[in-house]
Design a protein around this ligand. Structure first.
Ligand code: B12
Ligand code: SF4
Length: 449
């Protein structure tokens, strides 16, 4: 880092997987191979780095992979973080501030909890960094940085002007076997028009669905691939295929790139055979689908669209799989209409459909509709519970069972569904499905020619 430049340390705090749920912690210890946390760089911090002019030297530090050196000669430390990272983020901020370093924080937690975050850092960023970060750097250089920068209207942020994240900041150590990254994030869209009551996306990224251009996304994929060849990509969008026309155009552009990727979507994609074929052709190997619950009563509380889809869950999961993609079915347990039978019902669905399960506990993230409701009912802890927002720890007692029961039963269900014999059966199913697909590939290539 040359001395004359402004030196910025971009820091992602370490996150935990289960802090109070001892049953889940034991499962994670016992099944390290079958169930591994996803290791992905912070696309947010790499984007902030890309917003810096050339005379700013950036260093990227992900505490999950490497230790923080508090004695690095940074002028500014820029911390990102989700709610569950908040406590750790504040300790990191304190350490750097003791050494006289100027500390700022942005990202999902800072966006929804600006007053709290302001007590721990010099400057808080609310919303997306495009625009505000450049303004801050200029103010900082002039000796007048503000306490707060806010992007008031996300709909006005043109993603087409968002820079390519600085994938080049990720050194080889970040891809070392064992503890390094196993996926690269590329974001294509922001925002979601749906309004699921547990989800922070409407509050953090808005309800307007915004997209990058196809050319821009292709360039990002190329740049990321050059920085770290042969990585699996994660399209870091919460609900990637909402705009079908755009999605199909993008997928067609990705086909010749021959990448392998994962994406996240709602189950609605199961109705669009053309989209599914294009996803497969473009290299989609796995799609995380937010199924949330198998109870219509729960789904009506979460989001009416999902409640309407419930009867089609099995059929649509099957269609995605028959198109050669693994379905990672995301379920939330501990909603108010769940009693203990929820665990066996999910188990049965998983075994019948061969979805790979992602099981998490309903978690009241700050400022979501769920949190406002639970707060008004006096059901949330009075002390800060951010450490427990891991999705494997319980924060409140749902109506029909205790939080302790939810914690124990989710761990037991993990043990059943990640048992080596059950995993082998799922793999066997996918092997059979995938073998059938090369002919489709040629048929589609011919159709696109
Ligand atoms: C990829 C992803 C992950 C990856 C990790 C990514 C990483 N290393 O950071 C994985 C899969 C591991 C993951 C896990 C979890 N995730 Co997640 N994840 C995402 C997802 C889909 C994309 C993140 C991303 O790359 N975004 C693209 C970048 C460009 O956006 P960004 O990070 O927000 O950055 C922009 C701004 O926020 C801001 N910004 C961000 N940081 C900073 C810092 C500074 C200094 C400044 C100025 C600005 C700034 O500027 C950026 C550019 O505009 C988001 C949803 C989303 N739409 O972003 C959820 C999301 C961040 N995850 C969420 C959650 C809850 C989790 C989990 C806790 C639970 C779970 N099971 O999903 C776990 C925690 C794991 C752990 N132990 O750490 C929530 C967080 C909400 C909250 N209040 O905390 C989100 C918003 C999804 C949601 N549905 O609510 N996640
Ligand atoms: S859970 Fe998915 S569909 Fe629902 S609001 Fe969040 S991103 Fe949108």
């Amino acid at each position: 880092m040359p001395e004359t430049q402004l030196r910025v340390g971009l820091i992602l705090p370490h996150g935990e997987f289960a802090v109070r749920n001892e049953h889940m912690a034991a499962f994670l210890r016992d099944f390290p191979e079958a169930f591994r946390p996803w290791m992905i760089p912070s696309c947010g911090l790499l984007t902030v780095a890309a917003l810096c002019p050339d005379d700013v030297a950036c260093e990227y530090v992900d505490e999950q992979v490497t230790d923080i050196d508090y004695d690095r000669p940074y002028d500014i430390v820029a911390i990102s973080g989700m709610t569950q990272h908040a406590t750790r983020a504040y300790s990191i901020a304190t350490e750097f501030r003791h050494r006289g370093v100027y500390v700022v924080m942005g990202g999902p937690h800072a966006t929804v909890m600006e007053d709290e975050v302001a007590q721990h850092v010099d400057t808080v960023f609310v919303g997306e960094a495009e625009g505000t970060w450049q303004q801050f750097l200029s103010d900082f250089r002039n000796g007048r940085p503000r306490d707060l920068y806010r992007n008031t209207s996300l709909a006005d942020i043109q993603l087409s002007e968002s820079p390519v994240p600085r994938y080049d900041l990720l050194g080889d150590d970040y891809f070392s076997r064992g503890k390094g990254y196993r996926m690269l994030p590329v974001q294509t869209t922001r925002g979601c028009p749906r309004d699921c009551d547990f989800c922070s996306v409407p509050q953090v990224y808005g309800k307007t669905f915004r997209k990058k251009t196809v050319a821009q996304i292709v360039a990002e994929v190329e740049t990321a691939r050059a920085a770290a060849p042969n990585q699996l990509f994660l399209f870091a969008d919460d609900n990637m295929f909402i705009n079908r026309k755009f999605s199909k155009e993008l997928l067609r552009a990705l086909i010749p790139m021959r990448i392998r990727f994962m994406a996240q979507s709602d189950i609605g994609i199961g109705a669009d055979e053309e989209l599914l074929e294009l996803m497969y052709q473009a290299g989609c190997v796995m799609v995380l689908v937010g199924l949330e619950s198998l109870s219509a009563d729960n789904l009506r509380g979460v989001d009416n669209f999902k409640a309407r889809m419930l009867d089609s869950y099995g059929e649509y999961v099957g269609r995605i799989q028959q198109n050669g993609m693994i379905v990672l079915g995301a379920f939330i347990v501990g909603l108010d209409h769940d009693d203990e039978s929820v665990f066996s019902r999910i188990e049965q669905f998983v075994l019948e459909t061969n979805v790979t399960p992602q099981l998490t506990i309903a978690t009241p993230l700050p400022k979501t509709a769920m949190t406002e409701r639970l707060l008004s009912q006096g059901r949330l802890p009075s002390e800060s519970y951010w450490d427990r927002c891991t999705y494997y720890d319980s924060v409140y007692d749902p109506a029909l069972m205790s939080g302790d029961t939810v914690e124990r039963c989710i761990a037991e269900l993990h043990r059943r569904l990640f048992d080596p014999a059950v995993i082998a059966e799922r793999r066997g199913f996918y092997r059979k499905v995938l073998r059938k697909l090369p002919e489709r590939y040629q048929a589609l290539e011919a159709a696109l020619a």
